[in-house]
Write a new protein. Structure first.
Length: 189
């Protein structure tokens, strides 16, 4: 059962529910103007995500979600191609190498649901420099690294630290790409 709380944040009535979206059961209306997910939409069961969002949205309500992944511009930091050899030696994830603007879109999936009309799909790209330990902390937030065998993760992180600490500026330049999808609820299923 979802633990629910009502809070007043800057004059807005906000309901916070702690539950998996697939299992969450909303109370009686009014329903919502917006369903929003940040870097989590892909984790929701595809057979449930659009139907559930449609059910809880008001007529003409909106679904918005974004994904954020590593992208690799031509002038990107060579560290990532170099460290891939360590991932390979440890039998870990093979890297995809999408360039900025090449991240997958869910436009066709949204339309195929028959429940939403795509209003906008936008790509965003940016660069961030991470000092060594900040980069390791970032990796510790990624599912693939969290689930990694602890021994392999220790070897990988030791090698990352060693390689980055040999640089004159011990940091890594990572490029991010994000895709924002916004869709309007159709009136009928």
């Amino acid at each position: 059962m979802a633990a629910e709380a009502r809070r007043n944040l800057t004059g807005m009535n906000v309901e916070i529910a702690h539950a998996r979206f697939e299992e969450w059961q909303p109370g009686p209306g009014p329903y919502f103007d917006l369903v929003f997910a940040a870097t989590a939409w892909h984790w929701i069961d595809p057979d449930v995500r659009y139907a559930k969002a449609w059910e809880v949205l008001k007529p003409n309500g909106h679904l918005a979600f974004w994904t954020a992944l590593h992208v690799f511009p031509d002038d990107g930091d060579p560290f990532f191609r170099e460290i891939q050899a360590v991932y390979d030696e440890l039998g870990l994830q093979a890297a995809d190498w999408p360039r900025p603007g090449e991240l997958p879109e869910y436009r066709c999936e949204i339309e195929a649901s028959g429940l939403f009309e795509v209003v906008a799909v936008r790509h965003f790209d940016w660069e961030r420099i991470y000092p060594v330990e900040e980069y390791i902390n970032l990796l510790n937030t990624f599912s693939g690294h969290i689930l990694m065998d602890a021994g392999k993760r220790d070897i990988l992180y030791r090698e990352i630290r060693a390689r980055l600490n040999r640089r004159s500026d011990p940091a890594v330049r990572r490029h991010w790409g994000a895709v924002l999808h916004v869709a309007r609820r159709r009136k009928t299923r």
